[in-house]
Design a protein around this ligand. Structure first.
Ligand code: GTP
Ligand code: MG
Length: 185
């Protein structure tokens, strides 16, 4: 699979929303995926990215919505953000147990709005480079993801570990679920 940063209105689009507590690395993962430099922490309102990606030799456009993790923003905007996505990337940070515990409320909120059978969700334990500060084991992440029927990966946006895999895996799963028709245009 490969991707490039171009816009094309004639190819199928796969909308992806990233959720997770503030500072877990949603923007860092998105920037890494689309090959932008990212260093300093700037709290996000919402960012949109539209990279193209090839899956099984067909080109798709990922419509990526990187949301701000602030709780008040989530209350205000989550319904629209959830409606936007057919794929969801739920991010916690492996050195912040609370960010892991907050995932379930986001998951439940998604299930209230979307039919679970028609969407794909991947749970992502980011910052796995911070081994000495780990508060959530890989096993805990895997087990929770499995219990809810989510995909799972640990990543490091810093070390560019498993970043492409997150976007490719969730998009690929969604295409499989939707028989390649992907409810997109
Ligand atoms: N060590 C390490 N630091 C990371 C990693 N990913 C992100 N960071 C750092 O964590 C901080 C927060 O990253 P962001 O991507 O801005 O977090 P966010 O989830 O988008 O935060 P909000 O926009 O407020 O919701 C930044 O200082 C990043 O450099 C990682 O994989 N490893
Ligand atoms: Mg951000």
């Amino acid at each position: 699979m490969s991707k490039e940063n171009s816009q094309n209105n004639f190819i199928k689009k796969i909308p992806i929303t990233l959720f997770g507590k503030t500072c877990v690395g949603k923007t860092a993962l998105s920037y890494r995926f689309i090959k932008l430099e990212y260093e300093d922490f700037v709290e996000t309102n919402e960012n949109y990215f539209t990279p193209n990606i090839k899956i099984n030799n067909k080109e798709y456009r990922l419509d990526i919505l990187d949301t701000g993790g602030d709780k008040e923003k989530f209350k205000e905007f989550s319904e629209g953000w959830i409606k936007y996505g057919n794929c969801f990337i739920l991010v916690y940070s492996i050195n912040d147990k609370n960010s892991f515990e907050e995932i379930n409320a986001i998951y439940e909120r998604i299930c209230q709005t979307k039919n679970k059978k028609s969407i794909s969700i991947i749970l992502v334990g980011n910052k796995c480079d911070l081994k000495d500060d780990r508060e959530v084991t890989e096993e805990e992440g895997k087990k929770y993801a499995k219990s809810k029927g989510m995909l799972f990966l640990e990543t490091s946006a810093k070390d560019n570990y498993n970043v492409n895999e997150v976007f490719e895996t969730v998009a690929n799963d969604y295409l499989k679920k939707s028989g390649g028709f992907c409810n997109c245009f």
